[in-house]
Design a binder for this molecule. Structure first.
Ligand code: NAD
Length: 370
């Protein structure tokens, strides 16, 4: 018989997971998975993903990524994640989310947030049931992280630091952005404020390239009006795949996982890659970027702005506290990771994982044993 692809032996290591919970409610049809990976730094925060094919393995990997992201960002939170097995386009979400909330009422070391297939209304329903969720609407005291461009703001702060590690002057530099969404759009705006010229942008329906510079506000308006960046009036239409190979100083993948792979990494011309999306590069491609001398700041350091904002909201902070903490924490952590990667001659990801792991282990030593 073939080995099961995913067993408890595969799952457990010295960090976690602390809990793997399968939920089923026959009345609403709720089927869900919650993984609380590690809570040494504090109660876990992580998104609720709704997808018909979400698996325990995926939820565990995402929960572990949150352990590293939250520790890497210096937040008093561990990592967790939830998956609801349902097609978000085909179900009535409110009864499912409310049933989910009731089912996790006593799982107090997990604080849900939005993820693929869920949004701030979903968090409001959860909060209404159990008084615990982040990423809430403004009327409930939430700090709307996409509206304020939390992650894009963090990416720009990351660029300020990273530019110094690859001899780049942001004023006059160029950037190409894959995915002009909630991450890519504010990143374009905040980088433009620093004098960085946007030369290419894509979305799921097309891409545009203009080496003379794209007007960010005009591009956003064109996308809003037509649904795609391809409607921008100037420049040349290219395929979304071509975007990775345009001449530019900074490349920001801000859409899909694994969009930088062994089969396209050689054509990347940028000096600096800021990982806006989660896992935008395969491990082999990330290693190759490093070999080619291209500085790539790992996702959980570069895109931590969103979760920093969520944490400030959870602890009752204001929008201005969130903005200040995003800049402060992303700046400090980018510097620490790039400094240690340079000193040890290792990939920034290795340095980032080591930093996050050290923080989690330090917190674990301070917890009661036995
Ligand atoms: P979004 O849905 O707002 O935007 C995604 C954009 O990518 C859209 O413009 C979409 O058209 C585009 N896109 C989709 N497929 C594409 C393709 N094949 N080629 C080019 N563009 C494509 O999503 P988002 O919130 O901006 O999230 C983007 C990524 O960043 C995800 O990986 C997400 O997990 C990660 N992330 C988001 C946040 C946040 O604060 N929103 C925080 C951390 C990480």
């Amino acid at each position: 018989m073939a080995e099961p692809a995913f067993t408890i032996e595969h799952l457990c290591d010295d960090l976690g997971p602390a809990k793997v919970v399968h939920l089923h409610d026959s009345v609403t049809g709720l089927r869900a998975i919650v993984v609380v990976d590690n809570v040494a730094c504090g109660p876990s925060i992580g998104g609720v993903r709704m997808a018909a094919d979400v698996t325990t393995e995926e939820v565990f990997r995402l929960a572990r990524a949150m352990t590293f992201k939250n520790a890497g960002a210096g937040l008093p939170h561990g990592g967790g994640k939830a998956g609801i097995l349902a097609d978000p386009r085909a179900v009535e979400k409110e009864p499912l989310l409310r049933a989910f909330a009731r089912a996790i009422r006593d799982l107090r070391d997990y604080i849900p947030g939005p993820d693929m297939g869920t949004d701030e209304s979903c968090m409001a329903w959860i909060h209404d049931e159990i008084g615990r969720a982040v990423g809430l609407p403004r009327v409930l005291g939430g700090i709307p992280l996409d509206e304020i461009g939390a992650t894009g703001r963090g990416l720009a702060a990351c660029a300020d630091v990273a530019a110094r590690y690859c001899d780049l002057d942001l004023a006059g530099a160029t950037v190409a952005i894959e995915g002009l969404g909630n991450v890519g759009r504010p990143a374009a705006r905040f980088l433009a404020e620093r004098g960085v010229s946007l030369v290419a942008a894509s979305d799921s329906r097309g891409a545009v390239h203009d080496p003379d510079g794209i007007d960010v506000e005009e591009l956003i308006a064109a996308k809003q009006a037509s649904g795609s960046v391809a409607a921008y009036s100037k420049g040349r239409r290219i395929s979304p795949e071509e975007l990775f190979h345009v001449p530019c100083d900074i490349l920001i993948p801000a859409a899909r996982p694994d969009c930088i792979r062994e089969d396209n990494v050689e054509g990347i011309q940028a000096k600096l890659v800021l990982q806006g999306a989660n896992i935008p590069a395969t491990p082999a491609a990330e290693a190759r970027l490093h070999e080619r001398g291209i500085l790539s700041v790992p996702d959980f350091i570069a895109n931590a702005g969103g979760v920093i904002c969520a944490s400030v909201e959870y602890h009752g902070g204001s929008e201005s506290d969130a903005l200040a903490q995003i800049v402060e924490k992303v700046t400090r952590n980018t510097r620490e990771v790039l400094e240690s990667a340079r000193a040890d001659g290792i990939q920034p990801r290795q340095a980032a994982v080591a930093m996050a792991r050290t923080r989690v282990e330090e917190a674990m030593r301070l917890r009661r044993r036995g």
